[in-house]
Design a protein around this ligand. Structure first.
Ligand SMILES: C[S@@+](CC[C@H](N)C(=O)[O-])C[C@H]1O[C@@H](n2cnc3c(N)ncnc32)[C@H](O)[C@@H]1O
Length: 217
């Protein structure tokens, strides 16, 4: 099938999918690249927009999902997202890049930095799993590994933004496990991220918190 309408309607009830949809639904002739197919939820959404707006989608995954859809607007390649020499020959300038493959902050940074040059000016890069809120101990699906990984991804994106405020905009949506959106403002290469020197973690401030007398009620 070209795309699954029933599945689309159901998936649009998910805040995360709805956020992506709102950001791409009006793009004319969108050129989209996505990393990570598995259940095909995002692939289905992208294909529906490509059908409506005369676009094209390339999907990449290490597992073979090439038979999920039969659509002339779709190309699937079974390969790693960092198979740069292979993938660069398959793509031109892009309007949307969706990163939902290997969720490790340094890997995401590597993918983001390599493919940024293929993004058109005003193009967007969407990064999945940036919210740790569903995973904290008192939340609805506690999981310390996901909590820490997603928080590290969120922090990494802030560090990238901090050094590239003139080149990109950064927005977050916290629906489900969260999505980050990077918008390219300028045709320039990204500068390397730098750790944020947060004062919260200063010894002086930690001591202050411990020893500061509480006001008498
Ligand atoms: C969370 S799933 C993607 C879900 C999909 N976007 C959706 O909406 O249904 C992650 C996918 O990334 C793939 N993957 C993991 N590491 C990868 C890598 N380094 N390169 C390419 N694909 C990878 C996995 O095989 C898996 O299918």
């Amino acid at each position: 099938m070209k795309f699954d309408k029933k599945k689309l309607i159901k998936s649009l009830k998910e805040p995360k999918i709805n956020y992506i949809y709102k950001n791409i639904k009006n793009l004319k002739k969108p050129k989209i690249l996505e990393f990570g197919v598995r259940d095909g939820v995002s692939t289905n959404l992208f294909l529906s927009v490509c059908e409506k707006n005369n676009g094209n989608l390339i999907s990449i995954d290490v597992d073979n999902y090439g038979k999920l859809f039969k659509n002339k607007r779709w190309k699937f390649y079974k390969t790693r997202d960092d198979n740069f020499n292979f993938i660069r020959k398959k793509i031109n300038k892009l309007d949307v890049i969706n990163i939902d493959s290997y969720h490790e902050p340094n890997h995401i940074k590597k993918i983001l930095f390599y493919y940024f040059k293929f993004l058109k000016k005003d193009g967007i890069m969407l990064i999945d799993d940036i919210s740790w809120l569903p995973y904290v101990k008192n939340s609805y699906r506690p999981n310390s590994f996901n909590e820490i990984t997603n928080k590290r991804t969120f922090d990494k994106l802030l560090e990238i933004y901090f050094k590239n405020i003139d080149i990109i905009d950064l927005d977050f949506s916290f629906g489900n496990s969260g999505t980050a959106k990077i918008t390219k403002k300028k045709e320039k290469n990204l500068k390397e991220p730098e750790k944020l020197m947060n004062s919260v973690n200063d010894l002086r401030n930690i001591l202050k918190k411990v020893y500061m007398r509480k006001p008498i009620k």
